[in-house]
Design a protein. Structure first.
Length: 286
């Protein structure tokens, strides 16, 4: 295979929701399936890990210099009607959350409006099983029929929702270095909104309940002990701080990643000392 990869070095603070500044030794952009194949081949040749990046809304870079091959998904955006009778739509992984929700609302279709405040791509939301809290028991997969992806054997595959092992904030694609989501087929039932705008309702809810005054990646842990996280509310190191408003939420005003890592480490140590389990939700990339 000819190496046509356009891999470059990059210095930026735009690839993570935390807006930390890093030197990326290997950065590329995927605009087609052929691009994916070339990058995977290059990574195998150079024994370098891969990380597929959507909007970075759940990504934490843990070193100043990042050696992993960061691949920004820039494949064409598309929302395509498959079946009008069944309300089936194929949505490409690069479509932003607000784009598909606006589309559904304008067509009077039900959808995952509870994700209206999430600044993620469809691919990122599918990978992490984005949804509301455990008590609400709602996720993007409530509307998924199937997911189409490609893995490192260069085969495009489709998996039905019923064949996937879906857990809270976890799927077969979470933090995965060998599978890139291309698109998903959704079933969006018709819905009469009766003059109510679920997008505006969710945005108003997020302003009341979520702390978005500074860069963040939303919830830090997918599993945590509530009293410990409440104890940490307001704890600040440098310009990074556990939100005093929203539990299990970390805001960052620094380009340095280390204060963020330190706060997360403190939370993990407290869980260990008190014999409680915690699982980090944000994906850590070296």
């Amino acid at each position: 295979m000819n190496n046509k990869c356009n891999i470059k070095k990059l210095e930026t603070n735009t690839l993570s929701g935390y807006k930390t500044f890093h030197h990326f030794e290997n950065y590329g952009e995927i605009e087609s399936i052929e691009d994916y194949k070339e990058y995977v081949y290059w990574a195998k040749e150079h024994d370098i890990d891969l990380y597929f990046l959507g909007n970075g809304s759940n990504t934490l870079f843990v070193n100043k210099n990042i050696k992993t091959l960061i691949l920004k998904n820039k494949m064409p955006k598309d929302i395509r009607l498959i079946s009008e009778d069944k309300n089936l739509y194929e949505v490409s992984s690069t479509v932003m959350m607000y784009e598909i929700l606006n589309f559904c609302y304008k067509k009077s279709l039900d959808s995952f409006y509870f994700l209206a405040s999430v600044p993620a791509t469809i691919g990122g939301a599918l990978a992490m099983n984005a949804g509301e809290g455990k008590r609400a028991n709602k996720s993007i997969y409530d509307f998924v029929e199937s997911v189409t992806y490609i893995d490192t054997d260069n085969l495009v595959k489709k998996i039905d929702r019923r064949d996937m092992n879906i857990e809270f904030r976890k799927t077969m694609f979470t933090g995965c270095q060998d599978k890139l989501i291309i698109s998903a087929t959704f079933k969006f039932p018709s819905r009469d909104f009766a003059g109510i705008n679920p997008l505006k309702e969710r945005i108003m809810w997020s302003k009341t309940n979520q702390d978005n005054i500074a860069p963040n990646c939303g919830s830090v842990f997918s599993k945590q002990f509530g009293p410990i996280m409440k104890l940490l509310k307001g704890l600040k190191i440098g310009k990074a701080q556990f939100s005093s408003k929203t539990n299990n939420w970390l805001n960052n005003k620094s380009e340095d990643h280390r204060p963020v890592l330190t706060l997360i480490l403190i939370a993990k140590i407290l869980h260990i000392l008190l014999g409680r389990k915690c699982e980090i939700e944000v994906i850590r990339v070296k």
